[in-house]
Design a protein around this ligand. Structure first.
Ligand SMILES: Cc1cc2nc3c(=O)[nH]c(=O)nc-3n(C[C@H](O)[C@H](O)[C@H](O)COP(=O)(O)OP(=O)(O)OC[C@H]3O[C@@H](n4cnc5c(N)ncnc54)[C@H](O)[C@@H]3O)c2cc1C
Length: 409
């Protein structure tokens, strides 16, 4: 395939690989440029709601039957200080009837490995590592990605799927470095056999909410490991990522945690910490034959558990838009894509921020939150998140913007 036809994808994370598959399925050749020396994913668990499952299915990956995914029965909300069970949203009968699919969790590395294997099988996809891209240049017939070692990779288009620190975005949007969120996250996994029987919830995504923090845990790797991630709004200003931290140090950050949370935190041995960074939604995702997708276009706090789902939706929609499309029309289809995706992804970004009001209050505000949440019926809860979890409301099948729902009503 000549470079005049192929699509250059910068970044080999979930979005980049999903995009390569999506365009290859529509007959377009792609080269994926990954800066690391191998294709890999950092971090452990990832939740995939029905909208993500629907999108993955179009790429040939059935997350409902895959051995790498675990089906969840409930989203469980606990008070992390008093230990009380506040509310649960069932993910079984009515939920699956409403959204057409179950809710699953998966080990990130396994999802990434499945996408990678599918890319490796495709004759239309070329995968390159040690290919750090510094920017792009628009040419007469498309665009070229410029690599750190002065090499260039030419194509009919360049897709920036290079994450929140995207080099393509830096040039295209000019909005500099991501914003330091002031939220620190600690992540680890623990062997399931070490989890005390009273804390064993094999089919539950459980959240424990405390003052300015919340812990989320769920089983991954076919139930062999418990994924633990605790977020703390401590106003930290330093940027760091994936730094090992002692278990004692993690525990010391949460003096108000109830006994169950303290015991869960004590399970983790190899904690790592990240300062979460963020960006505001932007209108501009394209520059002619160059487009941003995934976290490069619309990074969001993890509180809605939707970043990867949205990245996969982007990829699938792009594939649909490029069906039967000649290279000279790529730019117009990219503009169409960003028009279709901007509102939905901005709404997820907004929703994730608003949920901080639910996760992090203390004292009376926490009690009031518990009172309201415990009064919600399953129907209320499903309708509250239907705009996000429903495959039909994704822009894949035509999406219309609705004003964000108030978290406190
Ligand atoms: C704690 C946490 C929990 C989360 N939980 C969920 C969840 O439950 N469900 C969900 O849907 N989402 C979740 N997310 C969000 C999800 O992880 C991201 O939205 C998703 O991984 C974004 O994928 P991406 O491919 O766009 O970006 P990335 O994963 O950042 O991948 C970018 C890739 O590009 C490469 N790269 C970067 N720069 C360059 C360059 N200059 N040249 C070449 N290559 C480059 C990188 O090495 C990387 O491989 C969570 C996020 C966090 C932080």
């Amino acid at each position: 395939m000549s470079s005049a036809h192929r699509i250059v994808i910068v970044g080999g994370g979930i979005c980049g690989l999903a995009t390569a598959l999506a365009v290859a399925r529509r007959g377009h050749a792609a080269v994926v440029l990954e800066k690391a020396d191998r294709f890999a994913e950092i971090g452990a668990g990832i939740q995939i709601a029905p909208n993500g499952i629907h999108a993955l299915r179009e790429l040939g990956l059935d997350a409902t039957t895959s051995p790498i995914t675990s089906l969840m029965d409930e989203l469980r909300f606990m008070d992390g200080v008093t230990g009380e069970h506040v509310a649960s949203m069932a993910l079984t009968d009515e939920y699956q009837k409403r959204f057409g699919y179950p809710y699953v969790v998966v080990h990130r590395a396994q999802l990434h490995a499945e996408l990678l294997a599918a890319c490796q099988e495709s004759e239309l996809i070329d995968l390159r590592t040690n290919a750090a891209v510094t920017g792009y240049r628009i040419t007469g017939y498309g665009a070229v990605a410029m690599l750190r070692d002065c090499e260039t990779v030419a194509g009919a288009a360049v897709i920036g799927a290079d994450g929140i620190h995207s080099a393509i975005r830096r040039q295209l949007v000019h909005d500099g470095d991501p914003i330091v969120s002031g939220i620190t996250i600690y992540r680890t996994t623990a062997p399931m056999e070490t989890v005390p029987a009273d804390l064993l919830l094999p089919a539950s995504v459980t959240a424990w909410a405390g003052p300015k923090w919340h812990l989320v845990h769920y089983p991954i790797a076919g139930g062999r490991l418990l994924n633990l991630a605790i977020s703390l709004d401590n106003g930290a200003t330093e940027r760091y990522a994936g730094v090992p931290v002692a278990a004692d140090e993690v525990l010391a950050q949460f003096p108000q945690a109830c006994d169950q949370v303290a015991r869960l935190l004590a399970l983790g041995e190899d904690w790592k910490t990240w300062m979460l960074v963020d960006r505001e939604p932007v209108q501009r995702w394209t520059d002619g034959p160059v487009v941003l997708l995934g976290d490069a276009a619309h990074p969001t706090l993890h509180y809605a558990a939707q970043g990867a789902c949205q990245a996969i939706e982007d990829a699938v929609l792009l594939g649909r838009l490029l069906d039967g499309c000649a290279p000279e029309d790529f730019a117009a289809r990219f503009a169409e894509l960003s028009k279709l995706r901007r509102d939905r992804t901005a709404r997820v970004h907004d929703f994730a921020h608003r949920t901080i009001e639910v996760w992090h209050p203390a004292g009376d505000a926490a009690r009031e939150r518990n009172r309201k949440l415990s009064g919600l019926t399953g129907h209320h809860m499903r309708e509250f998140i239907s705009w996000m979890h429903s495959p039909q409301s994704s822009s894949l099948d035509g999406y219309e913007y609705q004003a964000p729902l108030a978290v406190h009503s």
